[in-house]
Design a protein around this ligand. Structure first.
Ligand code: SAH
Length: 489
């Protein structure tokens, strides 16, 4: 069941709380903060509730619950330990179309009380629809830590200036930029330092200053390999500020879901064969949107400077005097290695690592195969899986041992990740046997022998049967590599 979240304005509105124990007391406290007129119905009250009743902050009714009390209330909270009473209150509320919360009983409740982060007037509420209240609580604690106490003061300052900000920046893009300046700049900082007058003065100055130039800009950002958790905070912020996002096909839906809701998303995926024309079309789009004053995020899978043609796009922007910045991303080699348990370098087995692309004919013909075939180095090969045969043949031709281990990682870091293991000699055979598809990254080198034993994410590696691994753990790293290698082959 999906809930519809609302924030209720209860000031001077009657609310009935049935129950007078500590749970009821907590609910009453929150209701009083919202200035509700609270009546507590219970034979006995906690000392605190009694005090509130004496002080006239709440009304107390000790007699048994009566149906007609529901006539004048907006909301009811049932917080007794008696399930029958709670159910009765819930049913009567239902008949009268009054929202009832039965504490700790999602099924009986017609409204839920969320976990709240209170930065009044800013309120953040979290609900798991009663399914995982502990998760809501844990998330609340995390957000509490992330969100500074001064946010309430910032919200109040924004509220005071709001009419003038609106008048000053009629266009929503410029207005948003101004608010972002308040949030990210000296005003928020001064509030964090409890310097309220200085903050107000700084905000006034910002409002009086010349409006920022309307020119657009481009952020060239890496989206990482797919798992949204691998996005950098900087990229996340850029996505939150974007007016337009031009993204590659490889950028995952999970990453795009983190972007600002009303940002325009344009997929500019390039498929093999159509490279140059679509690259020109991408340039044209970048120019068009930046010149229209928009903040453009050019989002690429992995890292924009690793086989991403990011450099070409920046040269183009420079030539057209469009300002840009670059945010790195976790490139497929680094992510796939981590998610497949293959250390790219290893003291005993690989002192260097090369990122290689074997995507098209050009790269195949210009690669230094003799250098790539040398031992004790790791090759991280970005490629279409149909290039595997050429790769296998050329490396063998140039002397790389047929026994060199590999790990082929498909959809690295994503829920459908698969890892196929083997050795250079059976690379094509294994890839075909397991129908490896794109996107896939090939890690070839002595270190790939570790994949079966260090695998920790997703399904177990295919093509690798490792026996008696726990016993290996106690042995020196070199021995483990040898033993695992033998088990794999
Ligand atoms: N700029 C990107 C690479 C673009 S080239 C980066 O830094 O990662 C596209 C190639 O990257 C794919 O053919 C594949 O070899 C590799 N790749 C990208 N994402 C991948 C993933 N999640 N799993 C495996 N390989 C991936």
């Amino acid at each position: 069941m999906k809930l519809y979240p609302i924030f209720a304005s209860l000031s001077q509105r009657a609310v009935l709380v049935v129950g007078g124990g500590v749970v009821a007391e907590r609910k009453v406290a929150a209701l009083l903060e919202a200035q509700a007129q609270v009546t507590v119905n219970a034979p006995t009250l906690t000392p605190r509730l009694r005090r509130w009743a004496r002080q006239g902050r709440i009304a107390h009714r000790a007699d048994p619950f009566r149906e007609n009390w529901l006539e004048r209330v907006w909301l009811v909270v049932a917080a007794t330990s008696d399930r029958e009473i709670n159910a009765l209150v819930a049913n009567l509320g239902e008949l009268r179309r009054i929202f009832v919360n039965v504490v700790d009983d999602a099924a009986l409740s017609t409204f839920h009380v969320p976990a709240v982060i209170d930065r009044a007037p800013l309120t953040i509420a979290i609900s798991s629809g009663g399914e995982a209240p502990m998760l809501s609580r844990l998330l609340r604690e995390r957000l509490e830590a992330l969100l500074d106490d001064s946010l309430g003061a910032l919200a109040r300052l924004m509220a005071r200036l709001r009419p003038r900000i609106r008048a000053r920046f009629p266009a929503s893009t410029a207005r948003r930029a101004f608010y972002e300046g308040l949030l990210a700049g000296p005003v928020a900082q001064l509030l964090r330092q409890q310097r309220h007058d200085d903050a107000q003065a700084a905000a006034e100055r910002a409002l009086a200053a010349a409006p920022r130039s309307a020119g657009g800009s481009v952020v060239l950002a890496g989206a990482g390999p797919g798992d949204p958790g691998l996005l950098t905070l900087r990229a996340l912020r850029a996505l939150n500020e974007a007016d337009v996002i031009l993204h590659d096909r490889l950028v995952s839906a999970g990453v795009l879901a983190l972007a600002r809701r009303d940002a325009e998303r344009i997929e500019v995926g390039k498929r093999a064969g159509g490279h140059s024309t679509s690259q020109e079309a991408i340039h044209a789009l970048l120019l068009e949107h930046a010149r229209a004053g928009r903040r453009v995020v050019r989002l690429k899978g992995g890292d924009p400077f690793v086989f991403g043609r990011g450099g070409e796009e920046l040269e183009f922007l420079r030539a057209h005097a469009i300002p840009f910045e670059v945010i790195p991303g976790i490139t497929a080699a680094v992510a796939c290695a981590a998610f497949a348990g293959v250390p790219l370098t290893h003291r005993d087995r690989a002192q260097s690592v090369r990122f290689v692309t074997a995507h098209c004919r050009d790269s195949r013909d210009t690669l230094d195969w003799a250098a790539l075939a040398q031992e004790r180095q790791t090759l991280a090969i970005y490629m279409g899986v149909n290039e595997l045969a050429t790769l296998q043949a050329r490396l063998l031709e140039h002397g790389r041992a047929a026994s060199t281990p590999f790990a082929l990682i498909e959809n690295g870091s994503l829920p459908n990740q698969r890892v196929v293991c083997g050795v250079l000699g059976n690379l094509v055979e294994r890839a075909v046997a397991h129908a490896a598809g794109s996107p896939a990254l090939l890690i070839l080198g002595e270190v790939a022998a570790l994949a079966p034993s260090l695998a920790w994410f997703g399904a177990a590696p295919l093509g690798a049967t490792v026996h008696a691994l726990p016993a290996l753990a106690a042995r020196p790293a070199g021995d483990v590599l040898d033993a695992v290698h033998q088990a794999v082959c």
